[in-house]
Design a protein. Structure first.
Length: 264
């Protein structure tokens, strides 16, 4: 059995199938890890959702910011942007089943010494703490207050973690860290609008994974979200968003031996 971790799909279904062929992925024997942003910008978000859902236990996916954007649109919280490509999902006959499946996905998955997350972890979060915070969000997102959470999700404040946070601000900062963060200060203040490569870090910040005292160094973090970073492997990190939807590559890494598979 092999586990293949793949970067942001963003509705690029045909590319996913080509990459799985390149990997010789066998859903009866192998497993697929997806770092989130299954949908949007690419042309076939509906096909991606149907395919990944159809894999059942062979696929493990976490929520990304674009997946949450779809859930907000479906709940009437967010209006369509001119460049989104989600109308096929919203008008699909199986829309309800797909959205129920999507909202059930976790923000965070831990398996032995690997962690799967869309964007990253704040430097002061240990892996057990991050898991507990992700579970806290999931309980609300899959419960009766799901639409209220989606309504209160938009915004960049608070931009720093505090154990004393409560209510919607607490859940918002957790979700922003897991799904939107790239740069932050050592004490966890996030620079939410900075999207460039690591060398463009705003003053006083670094890439979230670069802080020497990061408390999650006990595990290897498998993530995506940051196309300007591209495919990157460092100590305790496998970053997989190599910008396929922007004309780059779609990347998979076989977790067991680190072999890399890519398509243009």
């Amino acid at each position: 059995m092999a586990t293949y971790a793949i970067g942001d799909l963003q509705g690029c279904y045909d590319a996913l199938r080509r990459l799985l062929d390149r990997c010789a992925f066998d859903p009866a024997a192998d497993r697929l890890w997806l770092v989130g942003d299954l949908v949007n910008r690419g042309p076939k978000s509906l096909a991606v959702l149907r395919f990944v859902r159809g894999l059942g236990d062979a696929a493990t996916a976490v929520l990304g910011n674009h997946d949450l954007y779809l859930l907000m649109m479906a709940a009437g919280v967010k209006r369509r942007a001119s460049d989104d490509t989600l109308i096929q999902v919203l008008e699909a006959p199986d829309r309800s089943e797909l959205l129920r499946w999507l909202v059930s996905l976790p923000l965070f998955h831990v398996e032995k010494k690997h962690v799967l997350v869309h964007a990253g972890l704040l430097p002061q979060w240990t892996v057990p703490q991050a898991q507990a915070l992700a579970d806290e969000v999931r309980a609300v997102l899959t419960g009766k207050n799901s639409d209220k959470l989606l309504l209160n999700l938009l915004g960049d404040r608070p931009d720093r973690w505090d154990d004393g946070l409560e209510g919607w601000p607490r859940l918002r900062v957790i979700i922003n860290a897991f799904t939107r963060m790239r740069f932050c200060t050592e004490d966890g203040r996030m620079a939410m609008h900075a999207k460039g490569p690591p060398e463009s870090a705003p003053s006083g910040t670094m890439p979230w994974f670069a802080w020497p005292q990061r408390m999650s160094r006990s595990h290897t973090i498998v993530c995506g979200h940051w196309s300007a970073l591209g495919f990157y492997r460092g100590e305790g990190l496998i970053a997989l968003d190599s910008g396929y939807v922007w004309g780059g590559k779609l990347t998979a890494v076989r977790i067991e031996d680190g072999e890399v598979f890519q398509i243009d």
